[in-house]
Design a protein around this ligand. Structure first.
Ligand code: UD1
Length: 493
């Protein structure tokens, strides 16, 4: 029985060599269930990794010095980086045409070779909601949550090409239970349950910024946080998703984030370009609208395509232009990728795949006196893996440009912020759907709110087959799966 809860002595034997015995300082004050929880967290602690990361960060380096070294490293990378080789919007930059790529992507879909990964481990904290971000209502007229918007796009592709694209949803410990319950309650918004698989990402601890103590968030819990969307790689394998892909004979995985309602789910152009360029990892980008836009940028560094995160790109490099006046780092990361299943399989066994990025952040913690401390400035290091670092593992990587008006409406911040907020995302959705209606021959003013479910029509061509050319739309209209209905927008649309 004692062993089931883990004895304090046994835990101390693990912690002492790494100088982390403070983690059981409050052991005798804890209830048996609290002891069990803390014991489990400590048992899962990888102290070799702790030692390795400590070494990597330079144990004796003070935090402000290491921040300087970090900036210098990225300034040097940015200085020798080149714009990435890319298929541009006009189709230039590759030795095949857009039509050929679309055809090839459609064939892969019809041959049941494609699956989808959706990363949804984040809470909507920055949006002012404490639920999984996927539950945030984004349909400007329908109020459909992000999960529904994206799953309906997937359903539409499945129907169009008659293929059972399985959906692998990454959750985090904070979103797992609620996400599963929410999607089950809504019958997976129409997807067969057998084609939906959840996998929960792992967590990482935080350490004080002298690299001495791993932090406790309470007397019975480590200060844990999700290990970044790069945690997907291990979690995908550990939860049996990779072997599920192999069982189903999938060759390609389309990857997207939950926070983009304009996500072009399983886009045949992207899938086909990936194949025709014999790429192992392909990334969709948009031309940055502003040099300081908060998107990572794709670049070629020492012959390899990689992402330089916006927070790492020094401002003078972000503003740098080419002789024709255009931005050097033009290619903004949409966080939309296509992976070869074979690349994921190879990378899960490669020790070098996906390094940890170390961030200096504020982490509330319990001090040695048992007091709760709310730091006013960054006091700790935290660790995340980024999936885009997998580009370095790919034998060949491709960048494909998309039109931001068709592919990117990030939902990151509350409406009180100027950028990437739900109001702008809803406006972008409505503007796109008005354009589709006009292409289909419908007359509609710029002030008329519209929204189209992909289960009604997923493109201007599908729309043209369903609406009367020459018709005039004057009322706010939601083209629901069963047909158009008059609906008024939510107040913030
Ligand atoms: C991210 C990209 C940035 C890109 C932008 C496009 C990173 C580090 N940066 O920025 O290059 O231009 O998106 O929108 O990714 N998530 C998890 N688990 C985690 C962390 C994140 O599932 O541990 C999911 C979140 O639910 C979210 C997405 O990944 O949907 C993006 O994460 P976030 O931290 O919001 O990245 P950004 O800073 O917005």
């Amino acid at each position: 029985m004692q062993d089931a809860v883990m004895s304090r002595e046994k835990l101390l034997r693990k912690l002492e060599p790494a100088g982390q015995q403070h983690l059981v300082r409050f052991w005798d004050e804890l209830s048996p269930s609290e002891q069990a929880r803390l014991g489990k967290q400590i048992a899962a602690l990888d102290l070799d990794l702790f030692a390795q990361l400590k070494l990597q960060a330079g144990a004796s380096t003070k935090s402000n010095e290491s921040a300087g070294a970090h900036q210098a490293k990225w300034a040097a990378i940015a200085a020798r980086a080149l714009p990435p080789p890319a298929m541009k919007l006009d189709g230039s930059g590759v030795n095949f045409t857009k039509e050929e790529a679309i055809h090839c992507g459609e064939q892969a879909l019809r041959a049941n070779q494609v699956g989808m990964i959706l990363v949804a481990g984040g809470l909507g904290t920055r949006l002012g909601c404490n639920e999984p971000k996927g539950m945030f209502p984004i349909g400007p007229l329908s109020g459909r949550p992000l999960f529904q918007v994206i799953i309906e796009s997937l359903l539409a592709v499945r129907r169009r090409f008659g293929t059972p694209i399985p959906l692998y949803i990454m959750t985090s410990p904070a979103t797992d239970d609620v996400t599963r319950a929410f999607l089950a309650k809504h019958n997976y918004f129409g997807l067969p349950a057998g084609d939906v698989r959840f996998f929960c990402q792992a967590t990482m601890w935080a350490v004080d910024d002298r690299w001495e103590k791993i932090l406790l968030s309470s007397k019975s819990e480590l200060a844990l946080a999700p290990d970044g969307h790069g945690g997907m790689l291990k979690a995908f394998e550990n939860n049996g998703c990779l072997s599920d892909c192999e069982k189903r004979g999938l060759k390609y995985l389309f990857y997207g984030q939950i926070d983009n309602p304009l996500l072009q789910v399983c886009d045949p152009l992207l899938l086909g370009s990936h194949q025709l360029a014999t790429s192992e990892m392909t990334t969709q980008v948009v031309r940055k609208r502003d040099p300081l836009e908060k998107v990572g940028v794709l670049a070629e560094v020492d012959g390899k395509v990689q992402v330089i995160e916006y927070s790492d790109l020094p401002e003078e490099h972000a503003r740098q232009t080419l002789p024709d006046g255009s931005l050097k780092f033009w290619a903004g990361n949409l966080a939309v990728h296509v992976f070869d299943v074979a690349l994921l399989k190879r990378a899960t066994v490669s020790a070098t795949a996906l390094p940890f990025h170390i961030a200096h952040k504020k982490t509330p913690y319990i001090n040695d006196l048992g007091e709760q401390i709310e730091p006013e400035k960054p006091n700790s290091f935290r660790f995340e893996r980024f999936i885009f670092d997998l580009l370095a593992e790919a034998n060949h990587a491709l960048v494909v440009e998309a039109d931001p008006a068709e592919a990117f409406a990030p939902v990151k911040n509350a409406n009180s912020e100027k950028t990437d907020n739900p109001r702008l995302a809803k406006q972008a959705m409505m503007a796109l759907h008005r354009r589709w209606l006009r292409t289909a021959g419908v007359k509609i003013g710029d002030d008329v709110p519209v929204e189209i479910s992909p289960l009604f029509a997923g493109s201007p061509q599908e729309l043209a087959a369903k609406v009367a050319s020459g018709a005039i739309v004057r009322e706010p209209t939601y083209y629901s799966p069963t047909g158009p209905v008059v609906r008024h927008p939510s107040p913030d649309s």
